[in-house]
Design a protein around this ligand. Structure first.
Ligand SMILES: [Fe+2]
Length: 395
């Protein structure tokens, strides 16, 4: 985990270095182009070379090209270099100052640091600054911009702006993904902590995570909510770490005191992750995953839409898994009986939308099924795209 954290920091340092090195390149070329021996042919060759490289990478990697470029520091540097050269070249007759390029680089670099997913806005803002400058220059100093040569070359450069914007966004996403990977490892470590005490809870959490993710996709949740849901489902019972194993595994009915003690796991779990700012949504899922739609749940007795929706989804996933794999009752329900129970208790125990999503997933044969109850406990933390624990047959 430490390694990943360090990578994120290193990325920020790399971005700063990138800005510094580009500034040096920009200023150097600005002075070099004013030398009498300067040959425009060099700019032509470099710009065309940039296009050839872009063409090769985009036709080789296809849709994965921006992600490839963002993670490939050297290629990114080549593009930055060519972009700066190209822009100085096309505005060679007009832009008499390198400060404009520095404004662009400044805005673009801020975009790289930004954590509010507005990389695209920064890129567009940077491009807008350049265009406004050029247009106003053309308007007020038209006589100095006579040749169609500059106009054509300007149009020629426009797609390169697009690539730069694409790169910035991809770079930003790359940083974001690394942050998520750190969170993912943190969640996995916390979940492992329960697993070391109680392997049933670990397997249960893994299955609940798969059910919840399937429900979230069916309900069309956005990516942010999907991550929160995925983590929340995995950690929903983390509070059980403080409950004695004898109570967790006790067959038959619980006494009033034991029941009260067991119920504390929701508040206890929320307390465990409560101090982590990035996991606020996850905390809510943990705290409210036993709330019922009609207000008869715990710990707060919230009702209807007072219950955070992601917690209501985990409630459906959690209850379904408890019904179909219960260790405290003799005969677990079948998948079909479990789905029928979700339908029956829709609007009382379960949020109607979440229950309906489970039913429609089942009808479309998309409801996750597991090879066995034990299998999930032995193979937890499957990555986002892999789904090896699903079986095609009936449970
Ligand atoms: Fe629970």
């Amino acid at each position: 985990m430490k390694e990943k954290g360090e990578t994120v920091t290193q990325n920020h340092i790399k971005s700063k270095l990138r800005f510094a090195s580009l500034t040096i390149i920009t200023l150097s070329w600005f002075f070099v182009q004013n030398l009498p021996t300067f040959a425009p042919l060099i700019f032509w060759c470099l710009t065309i070379a940039g296009w050839v490289i872009a063409l090769v990478i985009y036709s080789w990697k296809g849709r994965k090209a921006p992600a490839f470029l963002a993670s490939n520091e050297r290629v990114l540097r080549v593009f930055d270099f060519i972009f700066v050269l190209g822009y100085i070249w096309i505005t060679g007759g007009a832009a008499q100052s390198p400060y404009l390029i520095l404004i662009y680089l400044g805005i673009a670099s801020v975009g790289l640091y930004d954590e509010k997913q507005v990389g695209l806005l920064y890129s567009l803002l940077a491009v807008a600054v350049l265009l406004v400058y050029d247009l106003s220059y053309q308007r007020f100093w038209a006589e100095e911009w006579k040749t169609s040569y500059h106009v054509v070359s300007h149009i020629f450069m426009l797609p390169l702006f697009g690539i730069m914007a694409d790169l910035l966004i991809a770079h930003f996403r790359h940083i974001k993904q690394e942050e998520r990977a750190v969170l993912e490892e943190l969640v996995a470590s916390l979940a492992k902590a329960i697993g070391s005490k109680d392997s049933y809870t670990l397997g249960h959490s893994t299955r609940v995570q798969h059910y919840a993710v399937a429900l979230g996709e069916e309900l069309g949740l956005n990516q942010e909510d999907m991550f929160t849901l995925k983590f929340g489902a995995m950690l929903h019972d983390i509070g059980k770490i403080h409950i004695p194993s004898s109570l967790l595994n006790k067959p038959g009915r619980l006494t009033k005191e034991e029941w009260d003690q067991l119920q504390e796991h929701a508040v206890e779990g929320a307390r465990i992750v409560g101090s982590l700012k990035k996991l606020t949504g996850v905390r809510d899922i943990i705290l409210y995953h036993h709330e019922k739609y009609d207000g008869h749940g715990y710990p707060r007795g919230l009702k209807g839409d007072e219950i955070p929706f992601l917690a209501a989804i985990v409630n459906v996933a959690d209850s379904f898994d408890a019904m179909t794999t219960s260790r405290t009752y003799n005969k677990p329900k079948t998948v079909e009986e479990g789905i029928a129970e979700l339908e029956r208790c829709s609007g009382t125990q379960f949020h109607p939308l979440a229950a309906a999503a489970a039913v429609s997933l089942y009808k479309e044969s998309k409801w996750p099924r597991f090879k066995s109850v034990e299998y999930a406990a032995q193979h937890p933390f499957v990555s986002w795209d892999e789904q090896p624990i699903f079986s095609s047959g009936r449970q």
